[in-house]
Design a protein around this ligand. Structure first.
Ligand SMILES: *Cc1c(COP(=O)(O)O)cnc(C)c1O
Length: 409
């Protein structure tokens, strides 16, 4: 798929000298695992017995009828253990950690979803686990912090800088440098220095492998278009890999449009015009940064899409014209979520709802015998606080206020 971790002019491995040997070791373990069919078999068995794979492909008949165009199919990554595609990546890296004989894992997390997935994997495999999280995020994402701690992880609030994700990333790298011999850093998405983008994409490719077989069986043909939301890009790369070699299948990545692309309050790197080429966090891609290379503040209603960088693999596919990019605004995302709940009884995560927005825009222009796949990266249960707030639901407010009062008493 790649040479030395470069995808066109993107990617690479810009790492501190002290981590050189650790990366060598990781590269070797990954290359050996890839070349060993029994490793992929072990991974499949684990995912089938621990995380509900293969996840179904659901024909959204009501939504298809509603738009009167293409047939909408939903790939159900929400049915993974911990509620999202993140399980594919962390469980795979867990198996690699066992191979390398390491005893401890660390990770950084913003919204907390990757932290929960990593803590789950660590509990299952008996590994020590430390999660770095910006102090701001620890306060905003208490339910996730609660579960991480209950599964035995240590959550370290990071108080430097803006006290959010990028500071947590710095702190996790600082930890890794001091504990390289017994510690593996579990990267959460298809970003960071090589081999992480390729490794995470490999584990996530299970989504596309399944989706291709399922759509052929259920629709009798390849889909005309495949939609996925893009934060770092791992669920998108996962499903896209099933169709990269089929030029007739259009691939569409949907980024966070936030308040709108002209407001500065968004996280659209490839769909907008605010991002520029740069090198940070160990790799080269299009970043939302100012002219001095300082990272800009991003905004999205979906915490998992709120990130300054994007996968170097996707940036290359975008530059080649193989993947088209669009953005969905917060407002459109809530409307798409509402429609999906009412029409199909599905509750997509706010992140995933971005892909639904774009698919809904394009469905009416398609023929009724054309299929489209939406990758539903995760379930929306975690978003109840945000969504109930957006609905301004009075009985929810009363519930929260009462709960608060109970604890205050
Ligand atoms: C974390 C997350 C994302 C964003 O990550 P990608 O690497 O872009 O896939 C998207 N959807 C859900 C449900 C997530 O939890």
């Amino acid at each position: 798929m790649t040479t030395n971790g470069y995808y066109g002019q993107w990617g690479g491995a810009f790492i501190p000298e002290v981590l050189y040997e650790t990366f060598q070791e990781l590269n070797k373990a990954f290359e050996q695992a890839k070349a060993d069919p029994s490793f992929w078999q072990e991974y499949l068995t684990l995912m089938q017995t621990y995380s509900c794979r293969p996840t179904p492909l659901t024909h959204a008949e009501n939504l298809s009828r509603h738009f009167g165009g293409g047939q909408i199919f939903v790939k159900r990554e929400d049915l993974n253990h911990t509620g999202a595609h993140k399980a594919n990546n962390v469980m795979g890296q867990g198996l690699l950690v066992k191979r390398m004989g390491k005893k401890r894992v660390i990770a950084e997390t913003g919204a907390g979803q990757h932290g929960v997935a990593t803590a789950t994997m660590a509990a299952k495999f008996g590994l020590e686990c430390t999660i770095y999280m910006g102090e701001e995020d620890v306060m905003r994402q208490r339910p996730n912090v609660f579960w991480m701690e209950k599964m035995g992880a240590t959550v370290v609030p990071v108080t430097s800088g803006s006290k959010t994700l990028k500071d947590a990333i710095n702190e996790a790298f600082r930890d890794w440098v001091t504990r390289m011999d017994d510690t593996h850093y579990v990267m959460g998405t298809v970003c960071g220095p090589h081999p992480f983008p390729e490794m995470v994409a490999w584990f996530q490719s299970i989504i596309g492998i399944e989706a291709r077989e399922q759509i052929m069986a259920q629709a009798g043909a390849l889909p005309a278009r495949v939609f996925a939301c893009v934060g770092g890009g791992s669920n998108a790369m996962g499903v896209f890999q099933g169709f990269l070699r089929d030029p007739e299948v259009e691939l569409i990545g949907v980024e966070a449009g936030g308040d709108g692309l002209d407001t500065g309050q968004h996280a659209a790197r490839l769909a907008g015009s605010d991002a520029s080429a740069g090198m940070a966090q160990g790799y080269r891609t299009m970043f939302l940064q100012d002219s001095d290379g300082q990272m800009l503040d991003t905004h999205s209603v979906a915490a998992g899409l709120d990130y300054v960088g994007v996968s170097p693999i996707l940036t290359d596919l975008w530059e080649q014209g193989r993947v088209r990019f669009a953005a969905a605004t917060d407002k459109d995302v809530l409307a798409a979520l509402d429609l999906t709940m009412k029409q199909e009884g599905l509750i997509p995560a706010l992140e995933s709802s971005h892909a639904f927005v774009q698919a809904f825009k394009e469905a009416p222009e398609m023929e009724q015998d054309q299929a489209m796949i939406i990758n539903m990266s995760g379930r929306g249960d975690k978003d109840i606080f945000t969504v109930a707030h957006a609905y301004d639901d009075p009985s929810w407010k009363e519930f929260i206020t009462k709960k608060g009062a109970e604890y205050a008493a």
